[in-house]
Design a protein around this ligand. Sequence first.
Ligand code: OOG
Ligand code: NI
Length: 265
Amino acid sequence: MTLAVSELFENIWKNYLAVTPSAIRVHELLGAGQALINDHVAYRTFNLEKVGIDKLAAHLTALGYEAKDEYHFEAKKLYARHYEHADPTLPKVFISELLVEKMSPEVQGIIKNLVEQMDEIAVSGDDFLYSGTHWQISFADYQTLLKESEYAAWLAAWGYRANHFTVSINHLEGIDCINQVNSIVREGGFRLNASGGEIKGTPEVKLEQSSTMADTHPVKFSDRTAEIPSCFYEFAKRYPMDCGNLYTGFVAASADKIFESTNQD
Ligand code: OOG
Ligand code: NI
């Protein structure tokens, strides 16, 4: 039985809040108690057969989501696709995957070991998109991943949960531009991701984005507990295309910098 789409996102949201308490504060700052519309949520995975993008997307396509554009990230060794629903109030979903074969043999070995620990059936469970990790990893292996791919390390520690939610600036009452959003969030005590500048994208590419740096939260590794970056909040403003409809895709050059919102100091 598949969950109703609203129930699915409510569960994803609760699971995200459990490690991202800042999200409540972001809502207070921007929503003044009103419900906010989320432009998109994002997931990370490995491009291995058992857990590739299609496995995550199956939970969405079953609810009417459709695959749209794809994106390549050469330096970070990632591939991504985004999904949309016909109901424009439902968040788009951006799913990326690490090109495991492009990692060093040592990192490939660690990742394959993690995925081998997973029960095949977990991936098709109703709760998969808010199920977290399905493996044990030592702190030393986490550190090895971190040296080569921050993305791989984050995924190994946090697993299958929304990496971020994204406030749709277009839907905010009384706030129009991303500069305003950034000021409010900064004055609220948050640090913004400054990689490539606080604002990624321009009206010309039809999408402007910014994001907080991820909260930190304790993770239980197999041999110790450590406090590491968890999840963050993003802000997006979309601009109309020539036809008049808002652009609904993503911008690879901007996304490349948004990934860095889970970097450690
Ligand atoms: C995804 C980064 C890309 C966007 O909106 O461009 C992204 C991630 O950090 O997993 O979310
Ligand atoms: Ni995003």
